[in-house]
Write a protein that binds this ligand. Sequence first.
Ligand code: AMP
Length: 407
Amino acid sequence: MSADTAGAVLVFNAGSSSLKYQLVQPDTGVVIADGIAERIGDAGSSMTHEQNGETVTESVPLPDHLTAVRRAEQFFADNGTDLVHAGLAAVGHRVVHGGRSFYEPTLVDDWVISEIKRISTLAPLHNPANLVGIEAARTLLPDVPSVAVFDTAFFHGLPPAAATYAIDRAVAAEHAIRRYGFHGTSHEYVSGRVAEFLGKDPAGLDQIVLHLGNGASASAISGGQPVDTSMGMTPLEGLVMGTRSGDIDPGLVLHLNRVAHLSVDEIDTLLNQRSGLRGLCGENDFRSIAALVDAGDEDARRAYDVYIHRLRHYLGAYTFGLAKLDAITFTAGVGENSARVRADALEGLQRFGIVLDPDRNAAAGRSARRISADDSAVEVLVVPTNEELAIARQSAALVADSAGGQP
Ligand code: AMP
């Protein structure tokens, strides 16, 4: 067993055709290695592995996730890490939907697997892929405890008024229909980091977190507990995203079916993969959209404006919903990197005590930073998210607890 890897956690984030992994020390956050397998099950599959300062990318046939996990194991071995004997504390898995069953990190056993399978109807694109990652890891590392960390968990305690759809209550109860919320690991981690950065007790903080990546969600958090969030029963609700529509009139779905004669699956694909920024302008990467806006592209301008409009809509709602507002925090790919989005989201909000400092906002950085002006009543921050580290910490803590605190 290597001293470097003893107590480390291998974190898996399995998507339908991808597998991201990271080997990380939960206490220090030191990343020992990470990698990604892409286009699993496709002709053009490839893998990238980074360890010891070296990045290796190769085209390799990956018919399934187990093959990708085995190839990852080989990459680790090539770099001197024998995963089976590395003294890992846990394998931590991101699982998107915990339904009504799971709202805490959970040690995986056969029952947990069958229950995640059962609730896959709530997240048909995500949960089955997460499960494949879990099963592959259990096959490869049968002696290392696997822990499932659910994207919905943090929002389990949403107040009923924020969690409830105004539909027939019997139908909602029968079909587990409620607002679950997603990106919970990120919202919890980032809001905790905000308290650390400000040197304040989280119990006294009222804050808004804007997780703006390819998927995007906003949350309002009071005293460390979520009071509202923009994603709902599925990760389709809320903000405009890279390829997802976010909020729409549900009547639109009926119209697409009855009048446009699209099937349920076609509507699913339309709303999840061909909508959002991509639907509006053909691009879903913010860097390309910004370049198109600068070049005078009208569709990109419209897409950008719709994106900002929706973001401000949620900012306004959450500002009203909180008793006070101490901090607004931007995170994830767009939130951490796009000064333009941050500036436009908060443009003209001086009357609410929200004042950006243009130079601080424009300065690039990789760590948590303040971008508000000194006289801003509300702190505006950029805080990089780190879902892998959060999953690693929660997994290691659960395994230590279940072992009665013994290392
Ligand atoms: P995430 O889902 O958090 O990995 O975020 C991915 C998105 O972040 C990409 O689709 C890009 O649009 C966006 N992004 C990444 N880097 C930048 C950047 N430097 N400027 C603007 N947007 C960026």
